[in-house]
Ligand binder design. Structure first.
Ligand SMILES: [Zn+2]
Length: 408
C-alpha cells in the first residue's frame, strides 16, 4: 500500500512536500518524495491529498478509567483535596461505568490523532471485560498499599497470564506503583524486579505537588497529615525529597517513566539523570493544579528524556496531545518542532520503542495519522510542524500497525 500526501512529516527526517509512504503489513518499508517513490505494479495507492501525514501521536501518561470524571472536580484547589475528591468518585463508579469510561477515552484519543497511549489501570479486574483496544496501549497496573496490603504477586501473575493470552492487544504491560506516598518501597522494588526479569516498563507519579514536597522534605503538611490519619507510617518523611527517597533505595530503573517531577531539590536533577529514567510532563494538568513552573530547562540540561502526556480527565478537559504541545510551548517558549519531537521521538524512547514508534522510517511500525489542511488556498510556506501542532481537526486517516482505525 502506498500512501501519498501533500506533506509527509517523518519527524526523524526533514518534511517532504508531496511525499509517499509505503506500508507493508504492520510496517513502514519506505518513505520519500512521491516523484521518486512510485507505485509498483498492482500496488494500491491512497492519495490523501491536502493533508499532513505523520506518525500517530503518543500520549505517555493517561488514566482512561477516569474519562467520565471530566469536569467533576474544580481546578486549583489543594492536591490533598483533589485526592479526597477522586477517591470519593472512584467509590461511586460501577464496573460498567469504568468500562464506558475507558471506551470513551479511546474515542477521544482517536479523535485527536493518538495511536499510542500509556494507560494506568487501577482496576485490572476490568481487563477481561474490555474489547480489543483500538490503539497501541501500554497497560500499567496501579499498585497501592497505603492501607491494605493486597496480594500483589497474585494480581501480577493474573495480569501477566491475561496478556499472555491476548497477543492481539498491541502495546505492552507494566507496573505502576502509584506514588511514594501511596506505594511502599517494596512495591517499587517489585516493579524494578519485573523490569529486570521480564523486560517490563514501569511508571509512577513523583514530586507532583507542593504537599508531597512538604511531606517528604519536611514531614509536615496536609498530605502528610491526611495519610498519617489513614494509618501510613510516615517514618520515611523529613529525610529529603520524595525522588531521593526512592533513588536511594535503588528502585527507579531506566525503564521507568516518571510522571510530573514538578517540585525538585537541587540535588534531584543529578539523581534523576543518573537513573536514566524518562520523565512525562502533563502540561494542561499542570496548569489545572496551578503548580510552580515545571523545571523543563534544568531537566533537559541534565540530559533527561522528557515526553508528554494528558493525565486523566479528572484534571484536564481533553485528551488531545496537540493541545498539550501548545500548552508546553506557551509556557516554555519551545518551537513547534521541539514540542512535536517531545511527543513523538521522546515518547517512543520512554516506551522503549525508539525507531519503532513516533517516526516514519523504514522498519518503523505503520502507526500514522493524517490531518487535513485548512481550506484552500493554503499558504505554501506554512511550517509543517506548526500546521500539525496548531491543527484542531479530527484525523482523516488513523493507522495502527498498518490497519485503518475506524472513527465512530
Ligand atoms: Zn497520573
Amino acid at each position: 500500500m502506498l500512501y501519498l500526501a501533500d506533506v509527509v512529516l517523518p519527524v526523524s527526517s526533514p518534511p517532504l512536500l508531496r511525499g509517499a509512504v509505503r506500508v507493508e503489513g504492520p510496517e513502514i518499508i519506505a518513505v520519500g518524495p512521491a516523484s521518486k517513490l512510485t507505485a509498483q505494479p498492482g500496488e494500491t495507492v491512497t492519495d490523501l491529498g491536502a493533508c499532513t501525514l505523520l506518525p500517530g501521536l503518543i500520549n505517555a501518561h493517561c488514566h482512561l478509567d477516569y474519562t467520565r470524571f471530566k469536569g467533576t472536580i474544580a481546578p486549583k484547589q489543594s492536591f490533598t483535596e483533589w485526592i479526597k475528591n477522586i477517591n470519593a468518585l472512584r467509590r461511586s463508579f460501577t464496573t460498567e461505568d469504568y468500562i464506558d469510561s475507558i471506551a470513551e477515552g479511546f474515542e477521544l484519543l482517536k479523535q485527536s490523532g493518538a495511536t499510542t497511549v500509556a494507560n494506568i489501570e487501577a482496576f485490572p479486574e476490568l481487563l477481561p471485560h474490555l474489547p480489543v483496544p483500538p490503539l497501541r496501549t501500554w497497560w500499567f497496573l496501579e499498585l497501592i498499599d497505603v492501607r491494605v496490603r493486597q496480594d500483589q504477586e497474585e494480581t501480577l501473575h493474573g495480569a501477566m497470564s491475561f496478556f499472555e493470552h491476548h497477543k492481539d492487544w498491541l502495546g505492552g504491560f507494566g507496573l505502576s506503583p502509584h506514588a511514594p506516598y501511596t506505594a511502599s518501597v517494596d512495591l517499587y522494588r517489585l516493579a524494578r524486579t519485573c523490569s529486570e526479569k521480564y523486560g517490563m516498563l514501569s511508571t509512577t507519579h513523583i514530586a507532583e505537588s507542593v504537599e508531597e514536597h512538604e511531606m517528604f522534605s519536611h514531614a509536615r503538611g496536609a498530605l502528610h497529615d491526611f495519610l498519617g490519619g489513614l494509618g501510613r507510617d510516615n517514618s520515611d518523611c523529613g529525610q529529603g525529597s520524595s525522588l531521593s527517597h526512592l533513588v536511594e533505595h535503588g528502585v527507579i530503573a531506566e525503564t521507568c517513566i516518571i510522571a510530573h517531577l514538578n517540585y525538585l531539590q537541587d540535588y534531584d536533577y543529578e539523581l534523576v539523570a543518573r537513573t536514566g529514567a524518562s520523565v512525562v510532563h502533563c502540561p494542561k494538568c499542570h496548569t489545572y493544579f496551578g503548580h510552580a513552573p515545571f523545571p523543563l530547562k534544568a531537566l533537559r540540561e541534565h540530559g533527561v528524556n522528557i515526553c508528554l502526556g494528558t493525565d486523566s480527565l479528572a484534571s484536564n478537559n481533553s485528551l488531545d496531545m496537540r493541545s498539550e504541545m501548545r500548552e508546553v510551548q506557551e509556557f516554555h517558549g519551545l518551537s513547534d518542532r521541539e514540542v512535536l519531537e517531545m511527543c513523538l521521538l521522546n515518547g517512543a524512547r520512554a516506551l522503549g520503542q525508539a525507531g519503532k514508534l513516533g517516526q516514519i522510517s523504514p522498519g518503523a511500525s505503520a502507526d500514522l495519522v493524517a490531518f487535513a489542511h485548512e481550506a484552500k488556498p493554503d499558504a505554501p510556506d506554512v511550517d509543517p510542524y506548526h500546521r500539525v501542532v496548531h491543527s484542531r481537526k479530527e484525523p482523516t486517516l488513523l493507522l495502527v500497525n498498518g490497519r485503518k482505525v475506524e472513527q465512530s
